[in-house]
Design a binder for this molecule. Structure first.
Ligand code: NOJ
Ligand code: CA
Length: 566
């Protein structure tokens, strides 16, 4: 397969090597000045996205929602939140993105709805044993009067995973399961109506021109809550160490039956709609989600969790390319998203290690993922920001040279650091409210973007921003960086433009693997070399196309990546 700047958009397999830019809609651009980013704001920034050179955007949820979990608590899967736009605005946005040859991926949240979804309201109103209740997971409580939760299960965001409802007659009643916030009741995926309704939703957005779906908590959905299995559930084992298909909650084998149904719907369209699974599963289980008979692609969080080290990066890349080849899929790469501390900050934290864990799951690696630092007050002076940014730029250029698709998170192209100090009164993340002894939440990577050095909310909107922006955002603004050839924004622009120009097969050959240096060649004479150490090393032969930092007299400085053509 060959991709070039001309045919990515029209190729049926556009997704295999796409650069996908994640937009967190409420924090991207605010067109009507109500402090909340909106769909018209996105439309107004399509020229920016085109200049940046991304192949697709992925929109985090924009559905009607009380925002108990940043929109991952969906009231209605087939509408737009009136706070951020209308279906007409959506159509206009898709048309503008498509006109700019940018594909559109939307987030789909099948594990749970919000407690304001009409089905959930009906379930509470209809009472015990009703068909309405069967669409969710209701159980009687334990104890003499059912006053104790049905099991000891804990929510990912802290506290019990069960919440008791008041029955229609006003008495305390049954309990429902919510693996995330209590406003996010889990669906019962043994109920055929749940299956049918999601197929309807997939068609609804596909008919409106959506090109693909990002599937939230794709390894959830199917559960076995038989009491005998309760004992298998440890406190923090939920997301990553999810067993081999038999865990009561995560990554059960039969969840793939759901995705086989979805695949049939995707294939009704020309080109087939695509999907990428958010599945925090062990590496050897990822292939199930990325099989062409299933969702087709999985987020691969291995680079995000790896330390900035040649050995770790080499191991991760090798393992994932091999796995992708075995199933005929393409792999994905990601360093930042709306759930983790921004990678320019993680890489500058003391301790050197940067592994970031699953959202809400605490630190799941030995690495310093920034959660503890945030909890301890997030002192910015504890971070070596220059080093963090230098490593982030090197890591990103390494990633963008790899086969497979790369997922970027809004603001990383500006080299943004995490906003670590947000007053408690301004925080929004449920993880902060439910679990504050353990984590401070994810608001620090969700602060609205700075577009201009001057002006209200740095150009985000006309009247402030829903999360406070720090003063130092001015230095990172798009207009400041646009004219600076050495800026991170221009590094991303040049990298994405070159990636398109260097029309290339999905192949990689290692040319140097040492304790501090990794180099690999792609077809057509394109190669990348990264110095993970701190001392300069010799540059391989070739014309330097791009480098993540200044090159000193023909040598490659520490923590720097260069792209070359032989
Ligand atoms: C994963 C999403 O990325 C995260 O933001 C959300 O809180 C959980 N899923 C629950 O939907
Ligand atoms: Ca707005």
């Amino acid at each position: 397969m060959s991709l070039s700047s001309h045919d990515v958009f029209n190729a049926p397999d556009w997704w295999r090597q796409a650069v996908v830019y994640q937009i967190y809609p409420r924090s991207f651009a605010d067109a009507n000045g109500d402090t909340i980013g909106d769909l018209k704001g996105i439309t107004s920034r399509v020229p920016y996205l085109k200049d940046l050179g991304v192949d697709a955007v992925w929109l985090s949820p924009f559905y009607p929602s009380a925002l108990a979990d940043g929109g991952y608590d969906v009231d209605d899967y087939r509408d737009v939140d009136p706070k951020i736009g209308t279906l007409d605005d959506f159509d206009e946005m898709v048309a503008a993105l498509h006109a700019a040859h940018i594909k559109v991926v939307v987030d789909i949240v099948p594990n749970h709805s919000s407690d304001r979804h009409e089905w959930f309201k009906a379930a509470v109103a209809a009472g015990k044993g009703s068909p309405e209740r069967d669409r969710y997971i209701f159980r009687d409580g334990k104890g003499e009067n059912g006053e104790l939760p049905p099991s000891s299960l804990r929510s990912i965001f802290g506290g019990d995973a069960w919440h008791r409802v008041t029955e229609p007659d006003g008495t305390p009643g049954q309990w429902y399961l919510h693996l995330f916030a209590k406003e996010q009741p889990d669906f019962n995926w043994d109920n055929p109506e749940v299956h049918a309704d999601f197929l309807k939703t997939l068609r609804f957005w596909s008919d409106r021109g959506v090109d693909g779906f990002r599937v939230d908590v794709a390894h959830g959905l199917k559960k076995n809550l038989d009491p005998a299995f309760d004992a298998m559930i440890g406190v923090d084992d939920g997301i990553v160490e999810s067993g081999d298909g038999q865990h009561p909650l995560w990554d059960r084998d039969e969840v793939q039956d759901v995705y086989a149904e979805w695949r049939a719907v995707f294939n009704e369209y020309d080109p087939p709609r695509t999907a990428v699974a958010e599945a925090w599963v062990r590496p050897h289980r990822q292939a199930r989600y990325s099989s062409p008979a299933g969702l087709g692609q999985t987020f691969n969080f291995d680079l995000l969790r790896a330390e900035f080290s040649a050995a770790d990066f080499h191991d991760v890349v090798d393992r994932n390319l091999k796995a992708a080849k075995e199933i005929g899929g393409s792999t994905t790469w990601v360093f930042s998203n709306h759930d983790v501390v921004r990678h320019a900050t993680r890489y500058g934290l003391p301790g050197g290690a940067v592994g970031a864990g699953a959202p809400g799951a605490g630190s799941t690696t030995g690495g310093n993922d920034g959660k503890q630092w945030l909890l301890d007050g997030g002192d910015p002076s504890a971070v070596d920001q220059a080093k963090g940014l230098r490593r982030a730029r090197a890591a990103t250029l390494f990633m963008l040279a790899l086969p497979g698709s790369a997922y970027l998170y809004q603001g990383e192209e500006l080299g943004l650091q995490e906003v670590s100090q947000i007053p408690d009164a301004d925080r929004q993340d449920p993880a902060f409210f439910r679990n504050r002894e353990v984590e401070i939440g994810r608001d620090g990577c969700r602060v609205p973007l700075p577009w201009t050095r001057e002006g209200s909310s740095f150009g985000f909107g006309a009247d402030g921003s829903h999360l406070p922006q720090p003063e130092w955002f001015a230095d990172y603004a798009v207009d400041v960086q646009s004219d600076d050839p050495a800026s991170t924004l221009n590094l991303y622009r040049r990298a994405l433009a070159l990636r398109h120009e260097l029309e290339c097969e999905e192949a990689l050959e290692w040319t140097q693997v040492s304790p501090t240096v990794l180099a690999f060649a792609r077809p057509d004479g394109w190669s990348a070399v990264t110095n993970f150490g701190t001392e300069p090393v010799a540059l391989p032969e070739g014309e330097v196309l791009l480098a993540s930092g200044p090159l000193g007299d023909g040598r490659l400085p520490g923590e720097t990546t260069a792209w070359l053509r032989r």
